[in-house]
Design a protein around this ligand. Structure first.
Ligand SMILES: Nc1ncnc2c1ncn2[C@@H]1O[C@H](COP(=O)(O)OP(=O)(O)OP(=O)(O)O)[C@@H](O)[C@H]1O
Ligand SMILES: Cc1cn([C@H]2C[C@H](O)[C@@H](COP(=O)(O)O)O2)c(=O)[nH]c1=O
Length: 371
């Protein structure tokens, strides 16, 4: 397992019932190159009618978890087979090899009928071992608590995200390359810093991919056109930013990470949180969908430039894009950027000189074991 440097060791998949969580997990099991240990739950159907669920383990066992009308604690019409959880699933989780990635599909109402199972999961969470789990819906206090764990990524599974998710998930546990993102308001100096960093690393023999969002692909081109004209709806822009990012991840970021390269991206999904958040979308929803389509960077640098300095920095531009013209809006964007927190997020004063900024970024990369 070559883990990313961002330090988030647990990934949870969220989504409505039948949104495709188990299908994502099964595809991931085929794609992941390392040792996996755990289980998924599978529907048992007869003549199109769901009879219940089985547990299928990575070690080749299949046991019934629940059946319609069966004895045992009830979840809806199903009786849960506690012995399967106590005698097969909980011991399996407790015996996981140290170097394995744990897979749990799912942490749901049925599984939570077993104290043994809960104990085994709590032990895994306390150990901070790498974990991929699906998290069921519902108001049970444990489920609520598990939706807010530190050092964890929460990803939404839905029609928009599910096809790309298995590939994107692998990058959270197996990452030969490094992903660095530069963020900040318009004119804060991202492009200048990204180029200087790339040049510095290339001159020292590193394999670097310098990229940016919006990209030069079809969605990126459309975005540039709409931002220039300033007449697109917030919904249209959000859709295009997400489509552009999906393509960026698939075509550029993931292949470079597999190839062991250092990817430097001039803007990434934190820009969507800040700009589309400032346009009124829920930050929680934006985070869930963006984390589902895009790997979490190893390190993010957020540049903060006092707003009054923006006009001077962008005065030479031939045509201003819509967001660049609106200081009030940029103030909201800056507020959101300044609140983004995490061990892998570094906030930088953008009024420093380009050389000072580069030196600071290099120091952070060294401290993070990236250089
Ligand atoms: N640290 C710095 N000190 C002074 N001027 C800078 C600094 N960094 C960049 N600049 C200048 O500020 C202007 C904007 O920089 P740059 O294009 O890198 O910003 P940006 O954040 O990429 O902007 P945008 O998001 O709008 O593309 C450029 O003219 C650049 O030369
Ligand atoms: C990626 C991304 C960008 N934006 C906005 C931010 C800028 O105003 C423009 C274009 O970017 P540039 O770096 O200034 O050339 O797009 C956004 O609103 N949401 C995003 O996800």
């Amino acid at each position: 397992m070559r883990l990313p440097r961002h330090g988030l060791r647990r990934v949870f998949l969220l989504g409505r019932p039948r949104s495709g969580k188990t299908t994502v997990i099964k595809s991931f099991l085929h794609l992941y190159p390392g040792r996996l240990w755990g289980f998924y739950t599978e529907e048992v159907c007869e003549s199109g009618r769901r009879l219940g669920f089985d547990v299928v383990t990575t070690e080749g066992q299949r046991v019934p978890l629940a059946r319609r009308g069966a004895p045992g604690p009830k979840v809806g019409p199903y009786g849960v087979d506690i012995s399967a959880l106590n005698e097969v699933v909980a011991p399996l989780l407790r015996q996981a090899p140290v170097k394995a990635l744990l897979v749990i599909d799912e942490l749901g109402k049925m599984e939570l009928k077993s104290r043994e199972f809960i104990g085994a999961v709590e032990a895994i969470l306390a150990s901070n071992r790498p974990l991929l789990a699906t998290l069921g819906q519902g108001r049970l206090s444990l489920l609520k608590a598990w939706r807010q764990l530190p050092q964890s990524l929460y990803l939404l599974v839905d029609e928009f995200t599910r096809d790309g998710l298995p590939q994107r998930l692998v990058a959270e546990f197996e990452r030969p390359g490094v992903l660095v993102a530069l963020e900040g308001i318009d004119g804060s100096g991202k492009t200048t810093l990204a180029r200087a960093l790339a040049e510095h690393l290339i001159a020292r023999g590193k394999d670097v991919v310098l990229t940016q969002e919006p990209t030069t692909g079809i969605y990126g081109q459309k975005l540039r056109q709409l931002l220039g004209e300033g007449r697109a709806s917030a919904e249209e822009l959000l859709f295009l930013f997400l489509k552009d990012r999906q393509e960026h991840v698939k075509e550029t970021i993931l292949p470079a990470l597999w190839a062991g390269k250092i990817v430097i991206t001039d803007r990434y999904y934190f820009s969507t949180l800040a700009y589309q958040g400032a346009q009124g979308f829920s930050l929680e929803d934006l985070t869930l969908i963006n984390q589902a389509i895009a790997p979490c960077p190893d390190l993010v640098f957020v540049l903060h430039l006092p707003l009054e300095k923006v006009p001077l920095r962008i005065r030479h531009r031939q045509r201003l894009e819509s967001f660049e013209k609106d200081q009030g809006f940029l103030h909201q964007v800056e507020r959101i950027f300044s609140r983004i927190k995490g061990d892998y997020i570094v906030h930088l004063a953008a009024s420093q000189s380009p050389d000072e900024l580069l030196a600071r970024v290099l120091a952070e990369l060294k401290a993070g074991g990236i250089l």
